[in-house]
Design a protein around this ligand. Structure first.
Ligand code: SF4
Ligand code: SF4
Length: 146
């Protein structure tokens, strides 16, 4: 029987590959996904009037990359990883964070989002993880409590 730790490691590797693929798509379509200034404004969801949804494999990936540190809860409308403008988990940030750009092409972002979600759904199916498309606060809060 495959150990839980081994399954987590495999999920983490698969999510890393999805993020690598996603970053390549964004690089290859630079004109439709212009560079973000990393001002951090859209990470304050309430003020920016923006929503971010995440999936279980991404939360598993983040939890594994935090190296023993607990996933932070999100008690306000602002992402707890948005520390003084910058993203403190930039390398491990979610697909939605990578795709969204206030200056970008919305149709391109939607199509890319759909493709990425299919990949996360496939990971869920492969590892028997219930697929959910969860609001960031709900996702972080559920992992912070576990
Ligand atoms: S993970 Fe980083 S980029 Fe994504 S919402 Fe939080 S602070 Fe912003
Ligand atoms: S997407 Fe826009 S609002 Fe969000 S960090 Fe980048 S430049 Fe700032």
């Amino acid at each position: 029987m495959v150990e839980r730790r081994e399954i987590t490691d495999q999920v983490v590797q698969k999510v890393a590959a999805v993020y690598e693929w996603l970053d390549m798509q964004l690089q290859d379509a630079a004109e439709r996904a212009p560079g973000c200034d990393a001002c951090g404004k859209c990470c304050d969801f309430e003020t920016f009037d923006h929503r971010l949804y995440v999936t279980p494999p991404e939360l598993t990936y983040l939890a594994a990359r935090l190296d023993g540190e607990k996933v932070k809860a999100m008690p306000t409308g602002r992402c707890p990883y948005n520390i003084i403008v910058a993203c403190s988990i930039y390398d491990y940030r979610f697909a939605g964070c990578r795709i969204f750009c206030c200056k970008g092409d919305k149709d391109f972002q939607s199509a890319l989002s759909e493709s990425v979600l299919e990949k996360f759904k496939a990971i869920c199916t492969e590892f028997g993880i219930p697929y959910r498309y969860i609001d960031l606060a709900a996702g972080l809060n559920s992992y912070a409590e576990s």
